[in-house]
Ligand binder design. Structure first.
Ligand SMILES: *Cc1c(COP(=O)(O)O)cnc(C)c1O
Length: 500
């Protein structure tokens, strides 16, 4: 029985509703909105429902069931202390419209989070509103747009992105109405300053870039790139999705950036996957702060009139929206559950964040070398070449399976599917687009040497697998190989009840 609606078991209700606050007889709905027939609720008892959902959950793959080296996504372990804190009643049971004097604790958490994020990125002001990295990009780009509009610089209509950029960068800038100028990377995948110089001008609004890049390599010339863009009067935007590689070591502020988004769900261990739930705060330098979306939290020393008689606190916290704000980008106060979890993580591990990023980098380099070594021993060295021709990577690395594809007709997708049969989540494939038959691997700091060794061994076994077997893979998963284009274009989002 794969679907709740297909159950026709015991008569009963798997869930007991509390009695309605307002009786049905007191409600008046326009006739057109009233149901003509009863909803088609499944006939299911509580034990059947429990079994159904438990069964469904066991068919999912997640970070709690296995290694999840999905490059660019930073699928790290979510320390359970985050969950304990997020579910404390004083935090979980409040309503967004509660008056400020009821929620001083939550406001202080938000305030601390704003401060902490500003410090670790070298920024002056942070808003927690956006709920995804992509939304953070759009928000920051809109702030930059308002900044130029209020300076009367309406000519700044272009946003520069390197060809290795994450797809959301050009998409966010285009959504805000900018024209996208793509610049090619150098042979080694790094930013080409000559190409940058050739395109900057008085029509440049911003450059969007991530460092380390989507190839997992650090851009040593980033400060110079920032100078070039600033001299032309443009702004520098830092895609902070790769923060896990540099946290505590350097910061976008030091590299010369004006604005940054954070992926709390990547760097700060908020669990995520399948599109959510996320949080993508942005930080900006002082000159952009007045455009940030509210509400943000600010504080002032507590006054005798503030009347929290039994609590001895120093500060009074309030919501506020900056003067020339671009407006809200999300309902209520952003994704507060994600913010709270990240705050819990930061309070628990704050002093070790530098070690965290160092271990993420160490794990990526270790795994990369293990895969290379294993491949050599197995005699398949010539079947793939390293996509990133550098000795040391940051928190992730790319492999090009171009030669394997040519020689044996086995591409990155086949290897990815073969890995599923070994019980792993596949690495990211075909991104960044500039690497042929690309696989992008990000182990994160929360995996042990044992896990990495085992993965390297299995990875090479899959490389050596019979191509015919790989073309058919996966064979052990609940769903076999799907037609991805069809699956993306023809979504089935509701249960197809038979018409009566
Ligand atoms: C994940 C990611 C984003 C977008 O973040 P979302 O939270 O998924 O919207 C942007 N840039 C890079 C490099 C990323 O890895």
């Amino acid at each position: 029985m794969s679907h709740l609606f297909e159950h026709n078991g015991a008569e009963g209700r798997g869930y007991n509703q509390p009695p309605p606050i307002v009786g049905a007889d007191k409600l008046r709905f326009p006739a057109g909105l009233v149901r003509k027939s009863l909803p088609k609720w499944p006939r299911i008892s509580e034990p059947e429902m429990v079994r159904h959902y438990t069964w469904l959950s066991s068919r999912n793959f997640g970070i709690d069931t296995g290694f999840y080296p999905l490059g660019s996504c930073t699928m790290k372990h979510n320390p359970r202390v985050n969950e304990v804190i997020a579910q404390l009643p004083g935090i979980a049971d409040i309503h967004p419209l509660q008056p400020e004097h009821h929620i001083q604790g939550t406001l202080s958490i938000f305030h601390e989070m704003q401060d902490m994020l500003a410090i670790c990125a070298g920024m002056d002001s942070v808003t927690l509103q956006p709920v995804a990295g992509a939304q953070g990009e759009f928000t920051a780009i809109r702030c930059i747009q308002e900044y130029f509009r209020s300076n009367g610089e309406l000519n700044r209509t272009k946003v520069i992105v390197p060809d290795s950029a994450h797809g959301t960068n050009p998409a966010s800038a285009a959504m805000a109405g900018f024209e996208i100028i793509e610049i090619p990377s150098k042979e080694d995948g790094r930013i080409d300053l000559e190409a940058l110089r050739a395109v900057v001008g008085d029509d440049t609004a911003a450059m969007m870039i991530t460092n380390p890049s989507t190839l997992g390599v650090f851009e040593p010339e980033i400060a110079e790139a920032a100078d070039i863009v600033h001299q032309a009067g443009g702004q520098m935007y830092y895609d902070g999705a790769n923060f896990n590689a540099i946290l505590g070591r350097t910061s976008p502020g030091l590299m010369g950036f004006d604005a940054v988004h954070y992926n709390l769900h990547k760097t700060f261990s908020q669990p995520h996957g399948g599109g959510g739930p996320g949080s993508g705060p942005i930080g900006v330098k002082a000159h952009l702060a007045e455009y940030l979306p509210g509400p943000m939290v600010k504080r002032r020393p507590i006054l005798p009139d503030d009347k929290l008689s039994n609590v001895n606190v120093e500060w009074w916290y309030t919501w506020h929206t900056p003067e020339n704000s671009i407006g809200k980008v999300q309902q209520w106060h952003g994704n507060s559950g994600a913010v709270i979890r990240c705050w819990a993580y930061y309070r628990r591990y704050g002093k070790e964040l530098k070690t965290m990023s160092e271990h993420a980098v160490l794990n990526a380099n270790y795994l990369r070398h293990r895969i290379m070594e294993e491949a050599k021993v197995a005699g398949v060295r010539h079947l793939f070449e390293d996509g990133a021709p550098v000795e040391v990577v940051k928190h992730e690395f790319t492999l090009s399976l171009g030669p394997l594809k040519e020689e044996r007709g086995v591409g990155a997708m086949d290897i990815a599917k073969g890995l599923l049969d070994k019980g792993y989540m596949a690495p990211t494939v075909y991104f960044p687009l500039i690497v042929p038959e690309c696989m992008m691997v990000e182990p994160t700091e929360t995996e042990s040497k044992e896990v990495l060794d085992e993965f390297a061994k299995n990875f090479v076994e899959v490389l050596q697998e019979d191509p015919d077997v790989l073309h058919e893979a996966p064979t052990s998963t609940p769903v076999r190989r799907v037609d991805e284009v069809y699956a993306a274009r023809n979504l089935t989002l509701s249960y197809p009840f038979e018409e009566e």
